[in-house]
Design a protein around this ligand. Sequence first.
Ligand code: ZN
Ligand code: CU
Length: 485
Amino acid sequence: MIYDTILHGGSLIDGTGAAVRAADVAIAGDRIAAIGDLGAAQAGSRIDCTGRVVSPGFVDAHTHDDAALLDFPDLPMKTSQGVTTVVAGNCGTSLAPVDLDREPPPPFDLLGGRAAYRFKRFGDWRKALAETPAAVNSIGLIGHSALRLGTMDRFDRPADAGEILAMAKMLDGAMREGAVGLSTGLFYAPARMAPTRELVELARVASAAGGLYATHLRNEADYLEEAVEEALAIGIAADLPVVLSHHKAAGKSNHGKVATTLARIDAARKTQRIALDVYPYVASSTVLTGDRVRNSAKVLISWSKPIPEAQGRDLAELAAERGLDIEAMCAALQPAGGIFFMMDEDDVRRVLAWPEAMVGSDGLPHDTHPHPRLWGTFPRVLGHYARDLKLFPLEEAVRKMTSLPARRFGLKDRGVLRAGAFADIAVFDAASVLDQANFAEPKRVASGIERVFVNGTCVWQNGTPTGARPGRALALDRAALDYAA
Ligand code: ZN
Ligand code: CU
């Protein structure tokens, strides 16, 4: 047998958490064909990986890449970090199934403008991705707020029985077309007035199709614990896995609360299926809202339609310059996005180190001055938290970003390096891997990620995308969802 490619001489971290070992990896077509001592084997190309780690490509467990997959299909912000699969449609705001004839209201504007919202059916979005593929694989959630946008005339009330039925029908259609589950963004205006029973009814539709429920909680600040209880209750009532998005405690008076929520989740995991993702920063980022500003020690502007030059600037400084109070300055910037310094470093570490924590960037690819998590999340976990701070071993860092999310989202034959698995692979230098993006310069490419393969094809090398777009729009594989310990 002549393989297409052999990555030889590298240190293999297989993604399961097993210790690093020396092994060559052979690729044939879109799969890993062999692992071991392949010194005598033949290959079209042989890549020297001496002194480098060869690991599964990373799964970005929480993204807003629905439109970015189509708008900038090389996705250097993903591949430069070693990411090979993204989970889209988070926080209630999926692109599909929404066909808009007007500008999207916040927070839908985080995914792009009106032109982005052209997929009446989830299957249309997957079809577009099949016709014009991206560099990375994707799987999509259906946003509860998106269902409301397509069904309700106003958001400041619960959906009535007819509207719930209409949303359930849309969701059911999307699940049949391969969506992985339902997402909510209960903190945001389009969903805030939805009572728990509305969510249970929709979660039951996702459950019947074998999918999951991913949630941006109703509250991540003073009522964090209550919001976790609601999410767990929805999981039980609808009998489906719950993914708690970007777990955190926001606002100084709430710092430390994640110790309580993690203990609660640990206890609940004995009787229900729960997963959780986190990004490795003390600042959050989303649309600019007063309640976020009030919970933050500092706010940076990530974009503003009327005042584009405000991007990257400190909100308090901008207000002082213009002689405005913070509230008036916020109003002048709208519509706008912000970066909110509202978490505690100890909490970030506590959540990251929790054995069940997956890594999700929550990056916002359309922001003009994005949060650095968009370009830095995965190298930051590998370099800063695992290597430099020794929060956990490198093998554990890799597990959190590969096999763990692959099992929780049902990505069959991905997230591990073994013969027969898809050849989604990252080759990196463990000594130099590190995020370079920061709050002042958020689009800097991380160091140390040398080569990235998606379905056997190289998408990133020599610090640049190769231009290849082998990514696949994956569908829910209900048999592959795995929530065992
Ligand atoms: Zn969110
Ligand atoms: Cu999000």
